[in-house]
Design a protein around this ligand. Structure first.
Ligand code: NAD
Length: 376
């Protein structure tokens, strides 16, 4: 197989494979073509890639020669026109959200695998880019909040008096939320947490957070570990409790999401009105509408002294470790589609291969994407 590693576009600083992971591919008898400058922003030079057996070439050559194309971000404008129907494209296409792109893949007959669709099974854990990137985001969200806050996170007992610890509210205790709890606790803050999945209560408590219970949440085992839409009655009860806790919090970290849908609105404008000036809201759900009504994606909004930070790509601020984790996940996934002689071997009998595929031979493979397209 010839694997083509593309340079990312826009503000992205990560690269899908660092040289250390390229080495693992060459050991599997895969030929790797790297677009010149692909690793620059993650501190990996062309020479570093050449040193582990890759060939660095122009973007045109990657598109012309690779059998499998790899990049983190969905294609830049014009790129879908360059890809041939014989090629396989692996990326994080966000197809539950961007269904237009899926229709283009179907029309062109391209084989696409979206790494953000990796099933949430034990065997697939080592391939889960969403978990890896959520770990970076949860950590970075807390660091940014701590830097921005006009007060300290920990309690300080000094000769000048006692400083009270910051109160942090975390909405959603998935991978990012749990990392945010752990990081906030390490910095000495007091942490309260909301989630609609009661299963996370023990994890929250074991990390030193307080789980705020709201009875009556809808849970669905068939949702594969994800949250589902809640009833109006539950939303009202939850809103009242969140408003109460938010008003006493210095920091709110929003991580609540429902795959393929707009993020749930959990911090309406009235809740921000009740917060203390100087408070900070970090909204990790910004790219799908945000958990806070005032959030603007990739912007910081200042409202009555409260900063609302809608950062949706924290992993790009830690490009080396984020690329390292992403690359390891890609390698673990691609081992499922690489044959003994390094050839491409698409085995759709494998549930992870089938579950991660969006389109193949002009057919829509992924059931979740199918249902989103049908209900749109
Ligand atoms: P996510 O990013 O989809 O959502 C973040 C959190 O927000 C979730 O915990 C969700 O329950 C919560 N949430 C959604 N709506 C909410 C609302 N209205 N109010 C409060 N909270 C709300 O989730 P995620 O981080 O991707 O993880 C979801 C689950 O999947 C976790 O239990 C995680 O441990 C599990 N997981 C399993 C695997 C695996 O087995 N391979 C891999 C990764 C994650």
């Amino acid at each position: 197989m010839i694997l083509g590693l593309l340079k990312e576009h826009g503000k992205e600083t990560r690269v899908a494979l660092l040289p250390e992971t390229v080495k693992a591919f060459t050991d599997l008898k895969v030929e790797v073509l790297v677009e010149q400058g692909a690793g620059e922003k993650a501190f990996a030079s062309d020479a570093d890639y050449e040193a582990v057996g890759a060939k660095t070439v122009s973007r045109d050559e990657v598109f012309a020669k690779a059998e499998v194309l790899l990049q983190i971000q969905p294609p830049a404008e014009g790129d879908t026109g360059r890809i041939k129907d014989s090629q396989v494209w692996i990326s994080a296409f966000n197809p539950l959200w961007d269904t237009t792109l899926v229709k283009t893949f179907l029309d062109k007959g391209i084989t696409t695998f979206s790494l953000d669709l990796i099933p949430r099974t034990t065997r697939a854990q080592a391939m889960d880019i969403l978990s890896s990137m959520a770990t970076v985001s949860g950590y970075m969200a807390v660091l940014e909040a701590a830097a921005k806050l006009p007060t300290f996170f920990p309690m300080f007992m000094t000769a000048a008096g006692t400083i009270r610890p910051a109160n942090v509210l975390i909405l959603g205790a998935g991978v990012a939320g749990l990392q945010a709890i752990a990081t906030s606790r390490k910095l000495g803050a007091q942490v309260q947490v909301f989630d609609v999945r009661s299963a996370v209560k023990e994890e929250v408590m074991s990390l030193g957070g307080k789980f705020v219970e709201v009875e009556g949440a809808t849970e669905d085992k068939a949702a594969g570990g994800y949250a589902v839409e809640q009833t109006e009655e539950y939303k009202k009860k939850q809103q009242d409790r969140i408003n109460e806790v938010a008003a006493k919090s210095n920091v709110v970290i929003c991580t609540a999401q429902i795959p393929g849908r707009k993020a749930p609105l959990l911090i309406p404008k009235e809740a921000v009105d009740a917060m203390k000036p100087g408070s900070v809201i970090i909204d990790l759900a910004a790219s799908t509408g945000g958990n806070c009504e005032l959030t603007k994606n990739d912007e910081t909004v200042e409202y009555k002294g409260v900063s609302i930070i809608g950062q949706s790509n924290y992993p790009a601020q830690k490009p080396v470790d984020a690329s390292r984790m992403f690359g390891k996940n890609v390698l673990n996934f691609m081992k499922l589609i690489i044959g003994e002689e390094g050839e491409l071997n698409l085995n759709f009998e494998d549930d992870i291969v089938k579950g991660t595929c969006i389109t193949h031979a002009k057919e829509l493979y992924n059931e979740r994407v199918k249902s989103v397209i049908e209900t749109n």
